[in-house]
Design a protein around this ligand. Sequence first.
Ligand code: AP5
Ligand code: MG
Length: 214
Amino acid sequence: MKIIMLGAPGAGKGTQAKKIAAKYQIPHISTGDIFRANIKKGTELGNKAKTYMDQGLLVPDELVCDLVVDRVKQEDCANGYVLDGFPRTIPQAESLQSALKALGESIDYAINIEVPDENIVNRMGGRRACPACGATYHKENIPPKIAGICDVCGAKLILRDDDKPETVKKRLDVYHDQTQPLIDFYTAEKVLVEVDGTQPMDTVFEAICKILGA
Ligand code: AP5
Ligand code: MG
């Protein structure tokens, strides 16, 4: 089961990808999480990525493609994976496609989570993330049991640097300009499926499971 999550920033790609990965026992590969982990460790990749991420811009394709292509070739990806936040540009999609083709493989589903722009800014302002284990919450919609504290590991939750309203608006512009064309790309590949991301988290997940046939 090789799955791509598509959708605007804040559509719920990460939230649903984690649930899919747990249910189907496949790795969840989030390029955003990989960059944030590198920023935290202060690696060269992290330092480079941060300058783009803080402005709401995409990290250049050449810093992303090889990273993901190498990752999906690892042993734990043999039964599939869920890609969250990649591909995000047509060149990224083409690079993934040609790498998979060389292995005789292809993507099974590109799940587009649809959420209108007006819902997004509110969601992002309310998102709280765990810097230690990566779990995500929403202050009102998906609150942690104790305000400000991660249910999973007990660390203090934070507002992501790029979730400030000005940066969110920039990320939405970048999404419409560079990432939305992937909807046509995967429609042409006959793997695009759509779910209504404005529904509650569990309803969205049920819709996804129905599509995946379980
Ligand atoms: P990335 O981390 O991928 O950010 P993003 O795409 O902007 O998406 P988010 O993680 O913000 O949103 P999400 O869709 O995962 O939503 P979530 O589930 O958290 O990338 C960050 C940056 O890294 C990029 O801007 C770029 O610079 C760089 N980057 C990453 N990949 C790249 C690539 N391939 N190429 C180039 N650059 C790249 O949900 C959002 C909130 O809503 C949460 O609070 C959640 O609790 C809540 N929520 C979720 N579902 C629901 C629901 N159904 N109802 C109500 N609330 C909900
Ligand atoms: Mg995410």
